[in-house]
Design a protein around this ligand. Structure first.
Ligand code: ACM
Ligand code: ZN
Length: 691
């Protein structure tokens, strides 16, 4: 960095020679991610179609760079061999090793034109992205004189797209890669295979795409309702698709031209229903009708995985290969003769260690081919492979723990980085997965807490957003979930925390979204954002405020909200069941008695519940409210039946209550779940309001 700093000083002095320096306030430049150091100077510089370019790159990289430049909206003139003749000079600094390859210095001056210096092509590319954003804001003929010194905060700034649950053609991916590059995102994690469809051609196993790349229904809900059957391309009404190896190469090359590494994910040993439908012999003995986990005891499983990975390694030059590792059911392994034998032979004490054993085999295989393994954070269970990188999704804590113990980690925690969740009030938003992750929440995520040791910081590779597409059937919807939230990931990954500002970012993101819209993409319209549930910000006062609550059946430890006081603390839930306001009851009724302290007249008793089929929580099937003066003899006030079908999709918030006149000291509120239907055993409520 020292070298870059001296380049920057040189830039500043150079410009000072012709104009007076002033430091800009953050609001002036609409740049995302915001650069780490900016100086603005009086005057402007113009670019034209004739502006010649000098590019200090050689060989294949030069060819690729020029190809990208030729198609970029910058529309510059010819390439010249003499820097003196060029208006845009893209220069490699001499001492490459000292500089971050993505760092750059951009100088714009009236007399000297545009000069970008970096230690590698990536930095030149990012300098040009900044220049392009300036042309978007100011036009090509009024570029402000300035000096920008910039370098990424984190190395991995990623986006994952799940193409198994819904298939998106390569042209869609090209568009997203263009946007990623423009905002300096540099890793595309391609979730290629999962239970809903195998989407990469494997020449050794053509059956995978012949038999498991299509399914009977496009909608996952309809597919579930119809028994989760796979189909072939010829099946009438079938939905699906896959990428040929040629198409995979195209995507990898397109990304590489934009300095984006494509990390493929071949999911194992869980989420493997589609593989097991094609090769049932790879499932455990007695694994049931629809096995989900590969049998780790079967040597054929390892042969299969290595054969698949051999082709994957040929297609993807990425140093990292993602092997999944999340959410294996693990139950079939306990009863499988082969898995038990493997556990005995390898002295594995648990099914977690059995999974860990498989991951270690994969790591060895990848190492033998010069690659490294990444997996979801469950790969930590049963012992983490020595060199594995942890992708932390169940919360930041797993990644932080991995980093603290000397492992590399990438953070993509569900609370902040899952783009399949609602980004706005559910009633105004396209049907999405239960959860609420608006732009600000994504932006405010701090992947590197101050408490992390310096050594552990070195292991934090970066962050990533994940787009799971169960309920995202169209390209338009996928784009609206990705953008502009992806820009928040870009800025958090690139801009140092002390340079971040949500107010500035939001204005830039809004502008960026309208530019994307002009280019034919479908970003979410921030101008129409409704925001959090209004009641979430209010504290309610009512007759039961602060009154003690006796639980006749307990709430779940997973979702305690405010604990024993949650139902009378005045705090109401928002759009997310996990915002710490909604108290959960799992597998039992909610049955509570509130003590008002003294007998008194009551006119109204009610509580809100939420339902979201995708989040697996439902309204109670019935609510019973009764009152008492002695806490022994209760007089029923009402029984409210639920009439909302539990299969209804979408987020629903309903009040179950009573209005009338009564005298009460004790109020019993019972919300029943449908015991005949275990699926309906999740209830969430936030406050029992008594007036
Ligand atoms: C995951 O969301 N199961 C990685
Ligand atoms: Zn088995």
């Amino acid at each position: 960095m020292n070298r870059l700093r001296s380049l920057f000083l040189h830039a500043g002095l150079f410009l000072l020679g012709i104009c007076v320096s002033r430091t800009v306030s953050g609001a002036e430049l609409q740049l995302v991610p915001y650069p780490n150091s900016v100086q603005l100077f009086p005057g402007s510089c113009a670019l034209t179609d004739e502006s010649a370019v000098y590019l200090d790159l050689q060989g294949h990289e030069r060819t690729l760079f020029l190809r990208w430049l030729g198609t970029s909206p910058l529309k510059l003139g010819r390439c010249t061999d003499t820097p003196e003749r060029a208006v845009v000079k893209l220069l490699l600094s001499d001492s490459e090793s000292e500089l971050d390859p993505e760092a750059y210095v951009l100088r714009i001056s009236h007399d000297e034109g545009i000069r970008i210096e970096a230690s590698a092509g990536a930095g030149l590319f990012y300098g040009l992205q900044t220049l392009m954003q300036l042309t978007e804001q100011y036009g090509r003929d009024r570029l402000p004189c300035l000096a920008i010194e910039d370098a990424p905060y984190l190395r991995h700034r990623g986006l994952m797209i799940d193409v198994s649950r819904h298939y998106f053609p390569k042209e869609f991916l090209f568009r997203q890669l263009d946007v990623m590059a423009h905002y300096k995102l540099n890793r595309f994690h391609w979730h290629l295979v999962d239970g809903a469809g195998w989407r990469i051609e494997i020449r050794h196993y053509p059956q995978l795409t012949q038999q498991a790349a299509w399914r009977t229904d496009e909608s996952i809900v309809a597919w579930e309702d119809h028994g989760l059957k796979y189909a072939t391309a010829q099946t009438p009404g079938a939905y699906g698709g896959y990428y040929t190896q040629e198409e995979v190469r195209e995507v990898v090359a397109y990304a590489a031209e934009r300095y984006i590494t494509v990390i493929p994910e071949i999911e194992m040993p869980g989420h493997s229903e589609e593989v097991l439908a094609v090769f049932p012999e790879l499932s455990c003995t007695d694994a049931g009708d629809r096995p989900v986990d590969l049998c780790i005891g079967n040597p054929a499983t390892l042969v299969f995985l290595e054969n698949v990975l051999n082709e994957v390694l040929e297609l993807f030059p990425s140093p990292y290969i993602h092997i999944g590792g999340d959410e294996a059911a693990k139950t079939a392994w306990e009863h499988c003769d082969r898995c038990r034998k493997r556990m005995e032979e390898e002295e594995l004490a648990s099914v977690e260690e059995l999974q860990s054993w498989l991951i270690r085999q994969m790591e060895r295989f990848l190492h033998a081919h010069g690659r490294r393994l990444v997996g979801w954070d469950e790969i930590m269970q049963g012992g983490l492979s020595p060199d594995a990188t942890v992708m932390s999704w169940r919360g930041p804590q797993y990644g932080l723990q991995a980093a603290a113990t000397g492992h590399d980690a990438i953070l993509s925690p569900i609370q902040y980085c899952y783009f399949n969740f609602y980004q706005d009030a559910p009633e105004t938003h396209v049907l999405s997965w239960a959860g609420y992750t608006p732009l600000k929440k994504v932006y405010d995520f701090n992947p590197i807490p101050d408490t992390l040791s310096v050594k552990a910081r070195g292991h934090m590779l970066g962050l990533q957003a994940n787009l799971w597409t169960e309920y995202i059937p169209t390209e338009q919807q996928a784009e609206s979930m990705l953008w502009p939230r992806g820009l928040a990931i870009a800025e958090t990954g690139w801009t140092r925390p002390e340079e971040k500002s949500y107010a500035r970012f939001r204005a830039c993101a809004s502008e960026a979204a309208s530019r994307l819209r002009h280019r034919g993409l479908h970003p979410f319209d921030l101008e129409r954002e409704v925001g959090e549930r209004v009641e979430y910000g209010d504290t309610l006062r009512h007759l039961a405020s602060g009154c003690p609550v006796r639980y006749l059946q307990s709430y779940t430890e997973e979702y305690p909200a405010g604990g024993d006081t949650a139902l009378t603390d005045g705090l109401q839930g928002g759009w997310s069941y996990e915002d710490g306001r909604w108290q959960g009851f799992i597998g039992n009724d909610m049955d509570v008695v509130i003590d008002l302290g003294a007998e008194q007249p009551v006119r109204e008793i009610g509580a809100n519940f939420i339902q979201d089929r995708f989040g697996w929580f439902w309204l109670p099937c019935r609510v019973e409210i009764s009152v008492s003066s002695d806490n022994e003899h209760f007089t029923p006030l009402t029984v409210v039946e639920n009439d909302l079908p539990f299969v209804r999709t979408g987020f629903h918030l309903r009040r179950f209550g009573w209005e009338g006149t009564a005298e009460a000291r004790y109020i019993r509120y019972v919300a029943r779940y449908d015991a005949a239907n275990p699926k309906k055993g999740f209830l969430f409520t936030d406050e029992i309001v008594v007036r």
